[in-house]
Each structure stands twice: as C-alpha cells, then as structure tokens.
Design a protein around this ligand. Structure first.
Ligand SMILES: Nc1nc2c(ncn2[C@@H]2O[C@H](COP(=O)(O)OP(=O)(O)OP(=O)(O)O)[C@@H](O)[C@H]2O)c(=O)[nH]1
Length: 343
C-alpha cells in the first residue's frame, strides 16, 4: 500500500491533468464562440456588414501574428478585394492541402485568400453555421478538433452566419418589392415580368391572354364624404372581394390609386367578357358598409400574339375610360387598334 502522502500527490496530479484536459477541450470552441458572439451575432444590420473584410479584421485584432495587415492588405489581399464579400463556406486547410471543404465554392477573393494562407503554410478554417447555438457549438468543436489534429498554427475563423434569418429577410424584402402594402395585392412593378412569362407560356401552348383594367367610380367622393381611412378600407375590401372571384391562375394587381389590373391567363375574349361582367355585378352588389353603393368601370382587351404589355394595357385602359365617359358601372372591350365596343 503506497504511503498516504504519495496517494494525495497522485490524486492532486490526476486532478490537475483532468482540469487541463477539460479546460483545453472547452477553451478552443469557447474562444471561437466568443469571436462570433462579440462580432457576428445579431440582427440584419450586423448581417449586412458581415463580410470577409470585417471577419478578417476581427481576427487580426485577436491574433496580430497570424494575419498580415500591411500596405493596405489583409492577409495578402487588397482591402477592396474583400470588401463586401460574404463569408459563407467551411474550409479547413493545411500546408498545401485542403482537409475539409463543405458548401458551395468560395467567392474568388476568398479562394485566393485561402491559397495565400496555404502558400504561407498556414492552417485555416472559415465556417458558416446555422443561426442556432447547438450546431454552432458542434461545428466549433469540429473545427477546433480538425485544427488540433492537423497541428494548425493559425487561428481559425468562426463565422456564425444566420442563413435562415437572411433568407427570411430576403423573402420579406422581395414581398415588399412586389406587393402593395395597403391591399396585399401584387403591385405594378411585377406586371412586366408576369406578362412576359405568361405570353411565352400562352404562345407555347396556343392559349389566349386577356387584360382587364378597372377603376372605382367616383372614389373621390368616398374619401371626401367618409374620410381617407374609409377609402382605404373600401380598397382593401374590394381587393379581397375580387381576388376571391378570379381564378388562381389570374393575377390581380393594384395598378394605381383606385385602379386595378387583372392579367387573366388561358382567357380568350369571350371568357374575358364573362369575367368583366361577373366582376362588375359582384362589386355593385357588395355591401361595403356605406350609404352609397360602390361600382367599378372596366375595360378589357384580349392580347394578340406579339402585342406587348404597353399596347395591351393601353387598349384595356382606353376601353375603361370609354366606360367612364359612357356613365360608369359598365365595361367596354378594346381591340389592338383601341377601338372599343360597349359591353
Ligand atoms: N383612401 C385612398 N384614396 C386613394 C388612394 N389612392 C387614390 N385615392 C383617391 O382616389 C381618388 C381618385 O379620384 P379621381 O381620379 O378624381 O376619380 P374618381 O373620383 O374615382 O372618379 P372617376 O374615376 O372618374 O369615376 C382621389 O381622391 C385619390 O385621393 C388610396 O390609397 N387610398
């Protein structure tokens, strides 16, 4: 049996070794996590500036030995070359050889950055992970392990890039760009692209395409008599009402103030006539909660093949104005030559 003093010394040594192991195991990912938490965690504003340049600068701040920042160069690259380049990849490299590479190809400046590091005999890890903490820690550990195994001499970059949030933001931005905030309908900016797509499809499948334009009659009176908020409510109600009564393959667009456009696919003139009359009746019969009834005037045009959006719209527009002049709450149809016929 070993003497008592030897036993407690061995226990103490074991404890020290164990502590060292645990601290080492925890330290690397914690350091990486610290980098991301201090600089990369955050909101969209932070995201928009999450670039290679910034990431590198943070690492320079942490490890001035590793990143050469001289002559306006960052890690061998001109600052302008990395400005605005998002870091999105996972790259582990050692000597002249990439060890692990996950994800889409790196942007060109970062590829050269990596090459510069490889040539300089550095190890590097650049990492993108999802927004949640668990994969971040897992990837952080993995990165630390890979660097430990390959005997990395350099720092590892850890970049938490909240992709999910970015995608959501992109979706939101696109939605705002394409939709009218008051009614939630598509706005006129998207019509050109829709028209091109649908005319190409119509040509391929020998289908017809029609455009309807309609405008609320005497809408100024609604605003004047009941206030602008009430006018807004009528616009929203009308948008909801009409969108429930056009086909899913039709596009309802807020064309301007109280003017709307329907791009009706697979619809020839006979079908479009039926649709405009249906819409006219629908609106006239609807209770908007006002003392007066709300009516619309409409113009319809079947777009002939090769007729561009502008001509098709002005054909429907001319027909709609004719309906206004003829007393409102009615529709006219136009042909490509702008002659109009009463509905
Ligand atoms: N509340 C509200 N009013 C709007 C909006 N956009 C346009 N308007 C109003 O729509 C009215 C359009 O008036 P006019 O162009 O004179 O047409 P109108 O009174 O409908 O008469 P006709 O079209 O000739 O039947 C104006 O008073 C605009 O202020 C909107 O987003 N909200």
């Amino acid at each position: 049996m070993p003497p008592r003093g030897d036993r407690s010394l061995a226990d103490l040594l074991r404890l020290v070794v164990l502590t060292l192991v645990v601290v080492t195991a925890l330290a690397i990912p914690v350091i990486h996590f610290d980098v991301q938490r201090r600089y990369l965690d955050g909101n969209l504003a932070t995201l928009s500036v999450l670039t290679a340049e910034q990431l590198m600068r943070q690492v320079i701040a942490r490890d001035p030995e590793f990143w050469v920042y001289e002559d306006g160069r960052i890690g061998g690259l001109l600052r302008d070359e990395v400005r605005g380049v998002a870091v999105r990849q996972v790259v582990y490299a050692e000597g002249g050889e990439a060890v692990v590479e996950i994800g889409a190809p790196l942007p060109a400046p970062l590829l050269r950055q990596r090459q510069w590091l490889l040539d300089a005999g550095r190890s590097v890890g650049a990492l993108e992970t999802s927004a949640s903490l668990r994969p971040l820690l897992r990837d952080s550990l993995l990165l630390a392990l890979v660097l430990a195994v390959i005997g990395g001499t350099g720092a590892a970059l850890l970049c938490r890039y909240p992709l999910a949030r970015l995608r959501r933001a992109e979706r939101d931005i696109r939605y705002l760009a394409e939709h009218d905030p008051l009614t939630g309908l598509l706005n006129r900016h998207v019509v050109e692209a829709l028209f091109e797509r649908e005319t190409a499809r119509a040509r391929r499948h020998h289908l017809q395409l029609s455009i309807i334009i309609f405008d609320i009659d005497h809408f100024k009176r609604v605003n004047d008599q009941h206030g602008h908020d009430c006018g807004d409510r009528v616009l929203r109600q009308l948008a909801g009402l009409v969108s429930r009564h056009v086909r899913a393959s039709d596009y309802l667009v807020r064309w301007g103030g109280e003017e709307f456009l329907v791009l009706s696919t697979h619809t020839d003139l006979a079908m479009a006539r039926a649709l405009v009359e249906k819409l006219r009746r629908l609106v006239a019969a609807h209770d908007f909660g006002l003392p007066q009834s709300i009516t619309i005037s409409l113009g319809v045009c079947a777009c002939s093949p090769g007729q561009g959006l502008q001509r098709c719209v002005s054909c429907a527009d001319a027909a709609m104005y004719r309906a206004k002049r003829a007393g409102r709450n009615r529709w006219f149809e136009g042909d490509g030559e702008h002659s109009v016929t009463e509905g």
